[in-house]
Ligand binder design. Sequence first.
Ligand code: UFG
Length: 336
Amino acid sequence: MTKTVLLTGGAGYIGSHTFVALREAGYDAVLLDNFSNARDDVPDRLEIITEAPVTVYRGDVRDRALLARIFSENNIDAVVHFAALKAVGESVEKPLDYIDINVTGLTALLHAMREAGVFRLVFSSTATVYGTPEIWPIPEDLPRSYTNPYAFTKLTCEQILEQVAHADPNWAFATLRYFNPVGAHQSALIGEDPQDIPNNLVPYIAEVAMGKREALRVFGNDYETPDGTGLRDYIHVEDLARGHVLSLTQLLTSGESHVVNLGTGTGSSVMEMLAAYSRAVGRELPYVNVPRRAGDVPVLVADPAKAEALFGFRAEKGIDEMCASSWAFVSRRRNG
Ligand code: UFG
């Protein structure tokens, strides 16, 4: 029988790609989103891509009455919880908002799930729970820490899930630690669409390529890395979405919790990403060297072995495909 999955934050960047991957894998999915960081036309675009109607609930994940209604109107088997705030810098300014939306959002959802008798949840976590790691590639059992309120909320959520699972064996959770998701769907209909000035590297380069920003500011070129710039594990968002499907299927079939990294195992520098994006656009994109950004770590690269061993996940797409798909998406959007 077809399983139905609720995606909180399902109109967002990773949520929308996961929606498509779930549908392709034979799941049905229902979206909940408050559209605070997603465009209103995302559901229409998802209907075009998947050639089927999309059920969308517009609202806040902390709204217990709305959650109860969603569970009563749909036969939900599991939840994938994306809805959260995610900008590190903003979290330093507004820690309470981050705690409220990210932590209270999770607990509201868990209450509603328990009341509805739904005990399977996939949780969006982040490599940032590794703090300032001394080693790489990073295995899942490295001690966790946080260096900003955003990371604090994600680590707290991981710990809440551990406590809840420990207290009640009905629950099973998949905790997915994302590295750096970039790129866009092959249709170029959905992709990363920041509403403000982009914080992250690839959306910023995209705006340089579009002529909206003058030059990429390279935050530090004196790290102990091959070219002196920060090294990250960039993962194509379509690979990441597929990772969710495999993780969810594993969770539903085994009934056992798991915690895995979703990354490629390969580090790319800021200069390598700029070069890859320049190849996608067909011209050299300008950059300037500026001092290091506060809070950045030199290297963050996943050990991806556990996800492969547990449910056969292996990222397939490289940085050229990531940058080409990002450019296809932003160029298409610019042209309406
Ligand atoms: N960078 C620049 N210029 C920019 C933006 C970024 O040089 O304008 C550099 C950063 O210094 C870093 C790299 O590009 O070396 C990647 O930076 P991002 O901001 O794209 O990503 P981060 O690795 O800092 O953080 C991201 C998410 C976090 C998440 C983390 C987990 O923003 O939410 O990945 O790896 F926790």
